[in-house]
Ligand binder design. Structure first.
Ligand SMILES: [Ca+2]
Ligand SMILES: [Ca+2]
Length: 146
């Protein structure tokens, strides 16, 4: 079982003015392909796009491989993909419970976390599992200053 977090990076460009939108998919270990995001490629100069953090669970096989697929979804014309890479943090890395960085963990940090609830906002993902939820609230309360 692989855990931790993944970031998928792609650098691409296209000549001409009409954009092409591609979808980036990763193969699920359970079968099928999960759409990670879309990237509109329109510029003559390379543009980079990172998707993440994503939970590695279910996407990384036991040898550490991740299968990716890039599919043209909209538009027409040739696209140049310079670089497609996967960065992986093998251990989940959470953020500090002092979310606003003022040196204490208190109601202000709680307010930020609650405002980010159910999102993938990294600043409030204290346990590093990719989403903001009850486990992160537990980390914050466990680090409460006063
Ligand atoms: Ca704080
Ligand atoms: Ca979390």
């Amino acid at each position: 079982m692989a855990d931790g977090q993944l970031w998928i990076g792609m650098e691409a460009f296209k000549g001409g003015t009409s954009p092409v939108t591609v979808g980036i998919f990763a193969e699920e270990q359970a079968g099928g392909w999960r759409k990670l995001g879309e990237h509109e490629i329109a510029d003559a100069l390379p543009g980079a796009r990172w998707i993440g953090p994503l939970s590695a669970a279910g996407l990384v096989d036991r040898l550490g491989y991740v299968a990716l697929r890039v599919v043209a979804l909209r538009g027409a014309g040739a696209v140049n993909i310079d670089l497609l890479q996967v960065a992986r943090a093998p251990q989940a890395q959470g953020s500090s419970p002092d979310i606003d960085g003022n040196g204490v963990v208190n109601g202000a940090d709680l307010g930020v976390l609650l405002g980010d609830w159910a999102s993938s906002e990294a600043r409030s993902d204290l346990d590093g599992d990719g989403t903001v939820g009850g486990a992160d609230l537990g980390v914050l309360l466990g680090a409460w200053s006063a």
